[in-house]
Unconditional design. Structure first.
Length: 157
């Protein structure tokens, strides 16, 4: 494979090549300074590694499994160390949730107690009895249960 230096060398004579490789000095006619290491030519050789086979390392498989085992043990250790604090945090959230629910239920219970006492007050019972025209039953409308072994029900007089 040809490099730029070999292609250039075909067209330039040896004298011109020596002139190019000689260090240039800055003069009035030159517009640019000479580049650093301008006189050095590098030859690049193409290397074909397509037929090279990587040597099998018998230790590499064992080392990989050791690394996997070490990482698994480290993960188990970290989870074991962090689990109690995570459980404590979750339990704290649960306790706070139950505390809020208890407060809500206590307030609801107090409201229900107030409503029950209002509904069962004697004044309201008298008003309901008056609205529905409830009257005390007379003595002839009372049913007395007989003793065991006799008629189960007494007749209404």
């Amino acid at each position: 494979m040809a490099t730029l230096a070999t292609v250039f060398g075909r067209f330039v004579s040896k004298a011109a090549e020596q002139e190019v490789t000689a260090p240039r000095t800055l003069d009035a006619n030159t517009r640019l300074r000479a580049f650093a290491n301008e006189d050095i030519f590098l030859f690049v050789k193409h290397i074909d590694n397509s037929r090279v086979v990587r040597a099998v390392d018998p230790q590499s498989g064992r080392q990989a499994w050791k690394a996997i085992g070490t990482m698994a043990a480290a993960v188990v250790l970290i989870v074991t160390v962090l689990m109690p604090s995570a459980y404590g945090t979750l339990a704290g959230y649960q306790i706070e949730k139950l505390r809020l629910e208890h407060d809500k239920l206590a307030a609801e219970y107090a409201q229900l107690e107030i409503k029950e006492s209002a509904l069962l007050s004697p004044e309201r019972m008298r008003e309901l009895a008056r609205q529905q025209e409830f009257v005390d039953p007379g003595p002839d409308h009372i049913v007395h249960l007989d003793k065991a072994g006799q008629d189960q029900f007494a007749t209404i007089k």
